[in-house]
Design a protein around this ligand. Structure first.
Ligand code: FES
Length: 201
């Protein structure tokens, strides 16, 4: 047996159409079983670092539990946006045991003393806002601004407006508009506020 193979589960541990998180080289991996076959992919969602292994399978897509991004477990590519993807890793199943190959999986540094310890991931450092939150939580102050993203932000020209069919036609300029507001229309003495005068009856 290849010494780089690490047993991460047994087949019996993994019900069909389920996902679980395993760790190899300090890296969390979402291990999926779908229609009897096994798939492994990086546990961290590239959107905001959600744990895909806490998500759910929808057919052969894994759905991130935080904001619903989807990734095909066979390729790691998002069906919604093909530019978004997570790394996949080969899985070996032998004699009822499930293995991953250490040599396939990048080593993640273990930082037992750092804030969040082993839950902290280098991915977090790509997001300045996450870094800022970690610094605050660790009692440090930084000059970083929260809510900054390293991802490209769409420009106004990127938006495409599609006219939609509306159920009723909008009013023409010369048609009267009732701008009054009635508070308690079913009350004995409802209050009516008119656009240009305030009256009650
Ligand atoms: S963190 Fe995964 S969809 Fe937002």
């Amino acid at each position: 047996m290849n010494p780089d193979l690490v047993q991460v589960a047994t087949v019996a541990d993994c019900p069909d159409n389920s996902v679980t998180i395993v760790t190899v080289n300090n890296k969390d991996i979402a291990l999926c079983r779908y229609e009897g076959a096994f798939y492994a992919l990086d546990n961290r969602c590239p959107h905001r670092g959600g744990q895909l292994g806490d998500g759910r399978l929808s057919g052969c897509d894994i759905i991130c539990p935080l904001h619903g991004w989807d990734f095909d477990i066979r390729t790691g590519i998002s069906r919604y946006n093909h530019l978004d993807s997570v790394q996949t890793f080969p899985v070996i199943v032998k004699d009822g045991a499930v293995y991953l190959n250490k040599a396939d999986i990048p080593l993640e540094p273990s930082e037992p003393e750092a804030y969040l310890a082993k839950w902290r991931r280098p991915f977090d450092d790509r997001e300045e806002s996450m870094n800022f939150i970690h610094c605050l939580a660790g009692g440090q102050k930084t000059k970083l601004e929260p809510m900054v993203t390293g991802r490209p932000v769409p420009k106004f020209d990127s938006f495409l407006f599609l006219p939609g069919q509306i159920a009723s036609l909008s009013l023409l300029d010369d048609e009267p508009v009732d701008a009054s507001c009635v508070i308690g229309p079913n009350a004995k003495r409802p209050l009516r506020h008119c656009a240009n005068a305030s009256t009650s009856k």
